[in-house]
Write a protein that binds this ligand. Structure first.
Ligand code: CMP
Length: 415
């Protein structure tokens, strides 16, 4: 699918999911059969579109997903939600609870909204408010349907004024206005009303907070990040970089933003005088130093020497850090995430290394090519130590060197 068809298809899915989300609960509450009396053609159309989308999504997953397990399970969940949503319940006379199955498609709508927000970062605030308004409207509708369901006597089939009345109650309760002209009569209604009032307070707070946030100026870190992203997007478009690669680059920036406010810490450190630089480096790398068992028993000088020379590096899910047979230039410490150590052909997983583990030391010690391939499982924050620093530091600290050497020997024997 090209970018434009893909967008149109997504809009169609969003429209169908919204139709199902509005009409199914309403139809059920007012005793209307979506498949029969209420727009039968639209009901069938929605079911067919959702069915086609299962195939579309499945093909996309098969084409895009690399073979790492994290994404595979995730795509499994998505596929399950798509299949459930595509169950042709709008075409068949089934119990009312099963009618709600197409609403699973709303998960896809939420996912699309998150992606749109990421892609149009400059308008993220406006989009966030728009999407919030969408969910709020849908939520209000559902609450009104719930109120109808609880209300006695049950509304007469097709009684639109009953729905309008329920909507009126919902809006005044959610918006914390509460005129009190429609009051709960039975205990379930009272409990329901309490729940909606509490929700109303939270929603109200959220709206006030968000509007204030949107109106306040963009902070400098965000401005810096947005500028970089804007330049990059323009460049990628100008050079017609393939869509998939553009997406990965964006994912990288987004991860950098979420974790480091979009700054490369080594750039910031270079401008500092040596004392401050050492102090700040140790503080910034405190997490990784605390996580790596190798550093626990090690002397302070060793930790300081390694910390000063470590450089951050981010890998995205499925990225290959290096391949077996590559020339070795660095060793790596895992700060966040995990990696798989694979055989040269990629078929055997020797081991999965997690936060606090290190790898890439074997080839540096023995001056050989890489003995195994290493691949990131999810998002990975690594710190690298280049070969020169590695050799220099280990020459200075023989006891720590002995420990690493011992582990390297064991790993070499196992791979
Ligand atoms: P190197 O040979 O430089 O590159 C591949 C790295 O994978 C290797 O260093 C070790 O750090 C790591 N490695 C190899 N085999 C294993 C194993 N069996 N268990 C854990 N890590 C391994």
């Amino acid at each position: 699918m090209t970018g434009r068809t893909d967008l149109l298809w997504k809009m169609l899915i969003a429209a169908c999911a919204t139709f199902a989300a509005v009409s199914v609960p309403l139809g059920t509450m007012l005793g209307l059969d979506v498949s029969g009396t209420m727009m039968p053609a639209v009901g069938s159309f929605v079911s067919i579109i959702f069915l086609i989308d299962v195939v579309v999504q499945h093909r996309k997953i098969a084409a895009n997903v690399s073979t790492f397990s994290g994404t595979r399970t995730q795509s499994g969940w998505w596929l399950a939600a798509d299949i459930l949503a595509a169950a042709p319940v709008l075409l068949l006379p089934v119990p009312s609870l099963l009618r709600l199955l197409p609403l699973f498609k709303l998960a896809r709508v939420a996912q699309m909204m998150i992606r749109w927000q990421r892609r149009h970062i400059r308008h993220a605030n406006i989009l966030r408010l728009t999407f919030f308004a969408f969910w709020l409207a849908l939520g209000t509708h559902w609450i009104a349907c719930g109120w109808l369901a609880l209300r006695a006597p049950a509304p007469v089939t097709g009684d639109q004024s009953a729905y309008l009345h329920a909507l009126y109650w919902t809006v005044q309760t959610l918006s914390t206005v509460g005129y009190g002209d429609v009051t709960p009569k039975s205990p379930p209604e009272t409990l329901y009303a309490i729940g909606v009032m509490i929700l109303g307070v939270a929603v109200y707070g959220y709206i006030i907070g968000n509007v204030a946030g949107t109106l306040s100026s963009v902070d400098p870190a965000k401005a810096h990040y947005l500028e970089n992203l804007e330049k990059l997007s323009a460049f990628l478009r100008y050079r017609h970089i393939p869509h998939a690669l553009q997406e990965r680059i964006r994912q990288y920036y987004e991860y950098q933003w979420e974790n480091r406010l979009g700054y490369d810490e080594s750039d910031l450190l270079t401008s500092l005088p040596p004392n401050l630089k050492t102090e700040l480096t140790l503080l910034l790398k405190k997490d990784i130093i605390e996580r790596v068992p190798l550093f626990h028993g090690a002397g302070e000088d060793f930790v300081r020497a390694v910390a000063l020379d470590m450089r951050p590096a981010v890998y995205l899910p499925g990225d290959v850090v290096f391949k077996a047979g590559d020339v070795a230039r660095k060793m790596y410490f895992i700060s966040k995430g995990s990696v798989e150590v694979l055989s040269k052909d990629g078929n055997t997983v020797y081991n999965t290394l997690k936060e606090g583990d290190f790898f890439g030391e074997v080839a540096l010690f023995h001056n050989t090519p890489r003995t195994a391939t290493v691949r990131a499982v999810g998002y990975c924050d690594l710190y690298t130590l280049d070969k020169d620093s590695f050799t220099r530091i280990l020459a200075h600290f023989p006891s720590e060197a002995g420990h690493i050497k011992q582990l390297a020997r064991e790993r070499l024997a196992r791979s």
